[in-house]
Design a protein around this ligand. Structure first.
Ligand SMILES: NC(=O)c1ccc[n+]([C@@H]2O[C@H](COP(=O)([O-])OP(=O)(O)OC[C@H]3O[C@@H](n4cnc5c(N)ncnc54)[C@H](OP(=O)(O)O)[C@@H]3O)[C@@H](O)[C@H]2O)c1
Length: 260
């Protein structure tokens, strides 16, 4: 049976790519519903023969779909999570910028339905996140850790969700102690702090770098996104995977590394 996919925020940068990705993968999957605040613009974006339900209602989007893919804003993602639990639907969330309180709500939603929340759907960042703790462990305590996050000028959150996820995987503290080097009132860094620096400029899709720095050497792991479609194809892969999962809060590691 064809998997019915609903795309939230279909007119956003990611929403447009996700919508195209689903249409291209037909009949393996079908676009059952697309949401946007401007339905007239959404109609003109979609091909004439597209028979998806078009809506500005989060509840309708969830009702009309087996799996919803949401790359929007935290408030809207939480509404989709609420309806997904009410209506027993699966959800992939790529939105970033959630607060701790938001994460608690998402984690509660994961008790009733299968929910995947990820700050980055690419294979490269998923692999980077799994090898970086091994590099840290091999290098030992003499290395300071610095993370660099570089994105386009319109990105709303900083540091990026990906930089924060990488920091939490590398930190011995919970939550990770992040160091802002611009705050000159701080004393010298302590061993458990992870330095994060942010650049927002032009059209850069997303670069991340982790440097391990001792007094004598530097090791740098880096990832560069060359095409935003990378995130759309990763999200669709996640949607196809989560369709058959039991309730739980899942990550891209579950999709790409534990069940390749
Ligand atoms: N996980 C990943 O791999 C990954 C990759 C890239 C981006 N992201 C994240 O995905 C999110 C979206 O990124 P983007 O670049 O696509 O952003 P964007 O172009 O600004 O799109 C945001 C979308 O959210 C909708 N929206 C915003 N406020 C809304 C509201 N109050 N009610 C209803 N809809 C609302 C917008 O609708 P309108 O069109 O009506 O304004 C638009 O469709 C961000 O959090 C970004 O960090 C994640």
């Amino acid at each position: 049976m064809t998997l019915k996919i609903g795309i939230a925020g279909s007119l956003g940068r990611m929403g447009r790519l996700l919508t195209r990705e689903v249409l291209e993968k037909s009949p393996e999957v079908s676009l059952s519903c697309a949401s946007a605040r401007n339905i007239k613009e959404l109609k003109s974006f979609l091909p004439n023969d597209c028979d998806a339900v078009l809506t500005d209602s989060p509840k309708t989007l969830v009702m009309e779909s087996d799996v919803i893919i949401d790359f929007t804003v935290p408030e809207l993602s939480l509404r989709h999570a609420y309806y997904a639990t009410e209506l027993n639907k699966r959800l992939v969330i790529g939105t970033t910028g959630f607060s701790d309180e938001h994460y608690q709500k998402l984690s509660k939603a994961g008790q009733s339905t299968a929910l995947l929340v990820t700050s980055n759907t690419s294979l490269g960042i998923t692999v980077l996140g799994s090898i970086a703790p091994l590099v840290k462990q091999a290098l030992g305590p003499d290395f300071d850790i610095e993370i660099r996050d570089v994105h386009h000028r319109d990105k709303k959150d900083a540091p990026s969700g990906t930089a924060l996820t990488l920091a939490s995987k590398l930190s011995s503290d919970d939550p990770a102690s992040l160091r802002n080097h611009q705050d000159l009132t701080l004393p010298c860094r302590n061993k458990s702090e992870i330095g994060i620096s942010v650049t927002r400029a032009g059209g850069i899709i997303g670069d991340h770098e982790i440097s391990f720095v001792s007094k004598n050497e530097i090791i740098t792991l880096s990832h560069r996104s060359l095409d935003r479609r990378l995130f759309a194809s990763g999200a669709l892969k996640a949607a196809q995977w989560i369709a058959s999962q039991k309730p739980g809060l899942y990550s891209m590691e579950d999709v790409l590394l534990k069940n390749p």
